[in-house]
Design a protein around this ligand. Sequence first.
Ligand SMILES: [Zn+2]
Length: 263
Amino acid sequence: MIDTHCHLLYDGIHERLDRVLAEARAAGVHGFITIATTTEDAVRGAALAEAHPDVWCTAGIHPLHAADPIDWQDLERAARHTKCVAWGELGLDNHYKEPAPALQLEVLEAQLERIRGWHAEGLVKPVVIHCRRAVPQLLPVLRGSGLPADRFVFHCFTEGPDEARAVLDFGAWISFTGVVTFRSAPEVAAAAKLVPDDRIMCETDAPFLSPEPVRSARPCLPGYVMHTGLFLAALRGTPFDAFERTVDANARRFFGLPEGIGR
Ligand SMILES: [Zn+2]
């Protein structure tokens, strides 16, 4: 499988990255997208992707980092790296009170405006969305951005069927982490059942959110995406092989990864 969303520069992974990647490959994970949350993260992510043939990177500011300094030139430079496959992660997070919602929205809208400009110049990429308890608020903003709906993925989907339907009706993709495997989150599993085969992806969000049956493991590692894949395949009544081929083809198509990555 391809882990479409992990944070390889975060503590718990970065200091032993070679071993973490080797273990993940041995578990059947071939392809990693390390997701940026700050300007610095984007710059370092590009260097990391350059050093590892099966790692790709992104460029964007996470809503919980909305108060951090943004260097737009550095962000653009990171985005122009040949291994940078998406903008993000960007969006809104209503789970935490800080940074203030108004600041999160300001940084989100500033990024969408820049992205529109970069797209006009030919620097075109899909967008990884972080959305926590913010679907009704976020969809109008994304709609108003004028960017194509099918180039957004709602990563780490943690809501129920109604929210999933709203995201799908908008036209975006949905990606699931280990949260979908939690017995305490049956609404997320219900949402995962109704996402069509051509709009679903799979990820770890490592170092966070280890899936069952390794939920207590800290940190979460990219190799654990296999557990989430196995769970989702069983939930959807699909043989794992077929599900793996489906989500890997989806990841290649959405992020423009080379043929031959994943199954
Ligand atoms: Zn993330």
